[in-house]
Structure formats: structure tokens, C-alpha cells
Design a protein around this ligand. Structure first.
Ligand code: AMP
Ligand code: MG
Length: 264
């Protein structure tokens, strides 16, 4: 599939164009996205009804990369009852007193559910690596843990797709400036984000390592060109619809004798 990181390959992010729209016409994209949202809604209802599969969607990106917007726009027609979002922030003291997957596991989706991770266990090889929050010997082992953890989830019936929303450093500047210019967006602006921005190259290196080491057949990474929000939403919607259609889901059989029922 387009934008998929083939397992075992090394990712060089400078070769992935964040501006890519693959020649897509924006008007046509609007129509296609609408259809995909409708289809996603049907598939989510089917997933919920069948109660057999679980879908985990992992979202990772730099600040302003569009994780929140993706959740809002891609899942705009789905039933909130069947979609669970978990946002992973700076760990609490209690979380830090455990292994880094301890806080993650309770949030994986159950039968019939879509789970969305807004940030994830990948922060433990991203921000943690960039800031040396634990020694290298420790974070280096985590790629293997993560691959094994995701294999466990997949073996037990979870379908996993992971999206890295790829924006350029210039685009981040525009988006940060836009937040600064709008008082109603100030709540999203954190001066600390500028410190992370200064470490852009280190983050790219950390992302390259994560994408290279943890894209597997059971939990593939997709690198989504994300400078254009409409294209980002379109591509992610396509991948989700394809993934769910690939599950071959069926509505559960109706109860015996329904055709003779007369409502009194
Ligand atoms: P936001 O997504 O803007 O709400 O910011 C959440 C912040 O939490 C980001 O700066 C993340 O890097 C940080 N964060 C998330 N997970 C971890 C983690 N495991 N260790 C350290 N910081 C984290
Ligand atoms: Mg933020």
C-alpha cells in the first residue's frame, strides 16, 4: 500500500515529501473523503455488531503535526460509543514507577472497538531518547519490546495501523505562528514546544529509528504526507477503510424465527 514502511527497510525521512498530494485534485478529494467517511461509519458499525475484531490506530507526529485534527476529521461520522481515544501525556509519578507499557495496555481496544492512541508508547523511544530521560541502554531495548507487545496484541485479535504524520519544519513554523496569532488557540501553544522545535533534527533521527525498527507485517507504519490537511485526512481514511474491508466482517446471524415475529 502507498506510504507503507516495508518491514526491514531503513527510513530516510528527507526522502519522504511532506507536501506530496500525488496529483490529487482538491475538489475530487473532498467528494472522495465524504464517501470514505460514510463507508468508515458503516464499517465501524459492522465491527461493533460483529464484536470479533479490534482495531488500534496509533498517531504520532511532531507538535502541530495534526493528530487532533485527524481524529476530528477522519472519524467525523463514526459512533462515539465504539471509538475510544487515549491521549498519552507526560507520565505521572505513578506511571513512571512502572514499566513504560504499564499505562498503555489498559487502553487497547476490546472486541468491536476502535482504539485511537493520540501519542503512544512510541514516546518512550522518541521524547525519551531525544532528552535522555533514561539511559541509552534502556531505550535501545525498547524497540524489541514494542515489536513483541504489538505482536501479542495482533496474535490475540487486534489489527494495528500506525500513522506518522509527516510535516516539514517550515510548516510547523506556520502552524505555531497561526496559534500565536489567534487568542482562541493560545491554549494549544506551549512555549516548551519551541524547545522541542529546536531539537527537530534529533527528533527526525529518533523517528527514523522508530519507523525503521518497528514497522512489521502485524503493525505497519505509514508515513503520511501531512503538510496539506485535506490530503492527510484523505489518505488516512483510505487506509482505514481498506484495512477494515480486508477483515471480511459479517453481521452476526439473526435469531432463529425472526421472519415470523409479529410485534404485538
Ligand atoms: P500534547 O500532545 O501537546 O498534549 O503534549 C503531550 C506532551 O507529553 C508531549 O510533549 C509529549 O512529548 C509528552 N509525553 C508523552 N509521553 C511521554 C513520555 N512517555 N515521556 C515523556 N514525555 C511524554
Ligand atoms: Mg502540544
Amino acid at each position: 500500500m502507498q506510504y507503507r514502511v516495508e518491514p526491514g527497510t531503513r527510513v530516510d525521512l528527507s526522502r519522504w515529501d511532506p507536501d506530496d498530494v500525488a496529483g490529487t485534485d482538491r475538489e475530487a478529494a473532498r467528494e472522495e473523503k465524504k464517501q470514505l467517511s460514510r463507508r468508515l461509519r458503516e464499517l465501524q458499525e459492522l465491527l461493533y455488531a460483529e464484536h470479533r475484531h479490534r482495531l488500534l490506530v496509533v498517531l504520532q507526529a511532531m507538535d502541530t503535526g495534526g493528530k487532533d485534527g485527524t481524529i476530528r476529521k477522519v472519524f467525523d461520522r463514526t459512533n462515539p460509543q465504539g471509538v475510544k481515544v487515549a491521549s498519552f501525556k507526560r507520565p505521572t509519578e505513578r506511571e513512571l514507577a512502572h514499566d513504560y507499557l504499564w499505562r498503555v495496555h489498559p487502553h487497547v481496544p476490546g472486541d468491536g472497538e476502535i482504539g485511537i492512541f493520540n501519542r503512544s508508547h512510541y514516546e518512550d523511544v522518541l521524547v525519551v531518547r531525544v532528552h535522555d530521560l533514561v539511559p541509552k541502554t534502556r531505550w535501545q531495548r525498547r524497540y524489541d519490546h514494542i515489536v513483541a507487545f504489538e505482536k501479542l496484541l495482533a496474535d490475540e485479535g487486534t489489527t494495528i495501523v500506525k500513522f506518522y504524520l509527516h510535516i516539514s519544519k517550515d510548516e510547523q513554523k506556520r502552524r505555531l505562528q497561526a496559534r500565536l496569532d489567534r487568542p482562541d488557540k493560545h491554549w494549544k501553544f506551549s512555549i516548551g514546544d519551541l524547545k522541542e522545535r529546536a531539537l527537530w533534527d534529533d527528533y527526525m533521527a529518533a523517528y527514523e529509528a522508530a519507523l525503521s525498527n518497528t514497522s512489521t507485517d502485524w503493525a505497519p507504519w505509514f508515513i503520511i504526507p501531512a503538510n496539506h490537511k485535506w490530503y492527510r485526512n484523505l489518505v488516512i481514511s483510505r487506509i482505514l477503510v481498506d484495512t477494515l474491508e480486508g477483515l471480511g466482517m459479517q453481521y452476526p446471524p439473526a435469531e432463529e424465527g425472526l421472519d415470523e415475529v409479529v410485534i404485538p
